[in-house]
Ligand binder design. Sequence first.
Ligand code: ADP
Length: 493
Amino acid sequence: MALEAEAKRMVAQFEYSAEEVNKGVREFVREMEEGLAKQGTSISQIPTYVTSVPNGTEKGVYLAVDLGGTNFRVCSVTLHGNQSFSLQQSKVPVPRALMEAKTSHELFSFLAKQIEAFLKTHHLDHFEKHKAQPGEVDYFDLGFTFSFPVNQVGINKGKLMRWTKGFNIDEALGQDVCELLQKEIDSLGLPVRVAALVNDTVGTLMARSYTSPGKTSTLIGAIFGTGTNGAYVEKLDRVKKMKEIDDATGGAANYDATTGLMVINTEWGSFDNPLKVLPNTQYDIDLDKESVNPGIQMFEKRVSGMFLGEILRRALLSLYQHPDAGVALFKDESSHTNDIRSTTTVADDSPLFKQWGIDTSFLSIVEEDQSDHLRITKQVLEKELKVEAASTEDCVAVKMLVHAIGKRAARLAAVALGGVVLSTNKLQEDETVDIGVDGSLVEYYPGFEEYIREAFREIEGIGEEEKRIRIGLAKDGSGLGAALIALVAHNAE
Ligand code: ADP
């Protein structure tokens, strides 16, 4: 019982009250508005130059490519115009040597060759007609998902700021990545035009908007995976900093201003930096201190898949190392396993002792566990954490902490989503407000959406209207979503 009482005390530290949620939302709305007014703010609010979203009636064949980290994906998407689509794709690993090539030509010509091979496999007729008589067939518009930091200055213009994820080609820095790809496509003589540079959250927004039921277009695309971020549809005249950006980048000629809309990439992972309103336990503080970027991405560090396992690990470790042995975790000397009395042991090389030792999928398994005496939790503790013969009391304590950390993450997710819903005034304007989400956390963590909804009901300005907010999974942001961005880019010309 002593262990349970101590676990309860720790759980209380992760509680994120309705009052705090509301305080978070007010600050989120304030930072969103500040981000629309000027550059260099906590929430960046980056204009994406996407000025409309699809409604499911769009038709045609579009290409999409995705250079994320290890793989390069090429796909073609056929939009049937009735919210359905078909998709063909290929995936190749990017050779290590090309990630650190001397020239950008080496990498981008490799990418163009993959596009050529894809066209020969899936669109041979189109490819050959173009070869025989250039100009005979239409060009494919292509959406380019490029998951590295770029300074985007137009729908298909963005300069590489820095490489991440093991890539390092100095010569490409400061260059327009769409132009680099287009040059190599042209030198192979392919009927392909790089129409849009795509951010994955915008892809999620577009994919959901095309497939969402009814005529409602989607307001937000949000990712809760390794990281967290969101993009949403803003009224162009609310983007006060647009003029300043236009002056620096060649003006409204860069995009179609007639829709009066602009999709904004919030980069909300950095909400509340420096910290004012976010909950902050000792475990959050230590995680941040020992991370590669202390003080940065403080919202993301409490919400996304990359960090929840590590928060849990720190909480469990502190309970394991509790000075009072009678209270500590995994210290049972007579736990029952199949009616055999045994002593709980934690292996010296248990991931419990290693930074990043617990994956967030562990939390999903424990949260889901409804078995007798938490048998499944016991098994996963043994398999993943090398804890043998954990007692039921241990498992109860682990489950309580898992639940507290997962639920806090979902309630924080509600702060961001609710903040966008309120700031855009969408509940007043539309009957239904649609949100598309993607990422393993929101897809697999049991109850994640319900905890978001529970928090929505506690938010002043949403309350009972939570019923009019629809949340749907939007998969394939870098395939379908990127193809749709290529389409709207084409139509905007
Ligand atoms: P990415 O965001 O990198 O595109 P994912 O959406 O799959 O990819 O997110 C990966 C993250 O989700 C990792 O941090 C991982 O720990 C976490 N994750 C993977 N499986 C699960 C699961 N079943 N439940 C909760 N989190 C998970």
